[in-house]
Design a protein around this ligand. Sequence first.
Ligand code: CP
Length: 305
Amino acid sequence: MKNSHFISIKNFSKKQIEYILKTAEKMEDIIHSGTDIAKNKILGSLFYEPSTRTQMSFSSAMYRLGGNVIGFSDPKTSSKTKGENLTDTIRCVSNYCDIIVIRHPLEGADMLAAENSPVPIISAGCGTKEHPTQALLDLLTIKKEYKDINGLNIGILGDLKYGRTVKSLTYALSLYDCDLNFISPPSLKMNKEVLNYLNEKNIQYKEFKDVMDVINDLDVLYVTRIQKERFPDPTEYLKLKGSYKIDLSTIKNVKESFIIMHPLPRLDEIAYEVDNTKHAKYFKQPYYGLLVRMALISLILGLIE
Ligand code: CP
């Protein structure tokens, strides 16, 4: 992993991903004992799109490792406002840091950054394509709850067209022997690129319009919001708003061990009344995000074996 870019889950083997997750679990001890393994290392944090969890957990991860963070979370304060292109920004910023984390609304921006950077680039989510470190924390959450991802029946609900977490998660789950169920309004179905990827690998999946047709058979339901900001036509968003919702009645007959996950932010797709049930795991995920990001930074910078 040392010096690798981390742009797509598809570029990494199951063995590598499992190794990152195992390293992430060891980070719990490091949080408690403290460390300075990243002393004198600087993380550049370039967020061209809003973020709460990803941006803050990467910063927290670097500080917890004893390193430092520079960057911006509002691109309006950067020289992009003066018209600077991404390539030039990366060429310059890479002089100031040892690793760069970038979130960008445009597909391919993460790849472009990697092509022009002498230091490793980690994607913190790019356009509608992928959010690879979210997939790592999602896998870790499932592992923490079930020990083994193999054999699970997993539902992925919501905006599968514009959502990027669901794509990285699907690529990651395709490495395991689990059942995949995509549940969405017809106009927000999982895109062809991802389905073709599964078909090429002979991985079976099912598609549903209504979560009630499958929820009682699931071990995991991964819920996502409708990505309002990515709709070219706001009236299309308004037509779909509120078209699915998980509440206490939805989960009345689920399996005992059933869990609900969500990358957050949550809008109205999970009722607040679900938060206090034993099934809700979406407020545990951000903690696992800290662990996987600490692990990833440590492995890429070669701070640990
Ligand atoms: N899950 C996630 O990417 O959240 P943020 O947009 O707040 O980073």
